[in-house]
Design a protein around this ligand. Sequence first.
Ligand code: ATP
Ligand code: MG
Length: 235
Amino acid sequence: MTTGLDIRNVTKYYGEGDNRIAALDNVSITVNPGEFVAVVGPSGSGKSTFLSIAGALLKASEGDVRINGKEISKLSDRDLSAIRLEEVGFIMQSSNLVPYLDVLDQLLIVKRMSGKVKAADKAAAVKLLEELGLGAKLKSFPEELSGGEKQRTAIARSLINDPNVILADEPTASLDTKRAHEVVRLIAQEVKTRRKAAVMVTHDERMLEYCDKVYRMEDGKLTLSREASRAHVTV
Ligand SMILES: Nc1ncnc2c1ncn2[C@@H]1O[C@H](COP(=O)(O)OP(=O)(O)OP(=O)(O)O)[C@@H](O)[C@H]1O
Ligand SMILES: [Mg+2]
């Protein structure tokens, strides 16, 4: 089965009649397992719209979206929810943590949504959080965490169901340079060691060194801007 992300000739319109705008205009991209792709481009160019469609949060007006080989327009609502929950990991600009849950429960609630939480699930969540340097923060609440810790919690949450596709929208927006590098290095590591297909929207040029390819979005059109040389980067 084909894994990763395959988007063919996707167009997305918002609004109707005279108010209709094409937020995405015939966008095509393939992201293979183990590939970390960046999307850059001006505000309003369609980047978030693209990620929402790639993660099955939003329907394309035209074109095909395949997540792990499944054409999502053909799926029932139930199958779509399952894909969002199990096959796609989202990392958003603000970490969107639930204020009244501690770090461990932020991960377990995701497990709970896709079934019953078993002892092994809890052990896996603890292990993942330890890997991301949050072993001492399992019982902390979001307001007790630094920006980088919140974002690492959000990364852990996006990985807990072991999705094949990772989509990150400005994951470093609220972080200082050091934390930003840490967070993106972590995503890159996950992509490489666990063979994820990942797309990161970023305004931050310094983060592009971790990516295999850089695409540019402009007026809803997506073009390959460069195939990055990662030779000097160790993750
Ligand atoms: N729900 C919506 N309804 C109508 N228009 C929308 C909607 N969401 C986005 N748009 C419009 O679609 C275009 C693309 O928006 P999008 O959020 O994808 O841009 P972006 O590249 O993510 O911008 P930014 O860098 O500011 O986050 C913009 O013109 C925006 O105003
Ligand atoms: Mg956006």
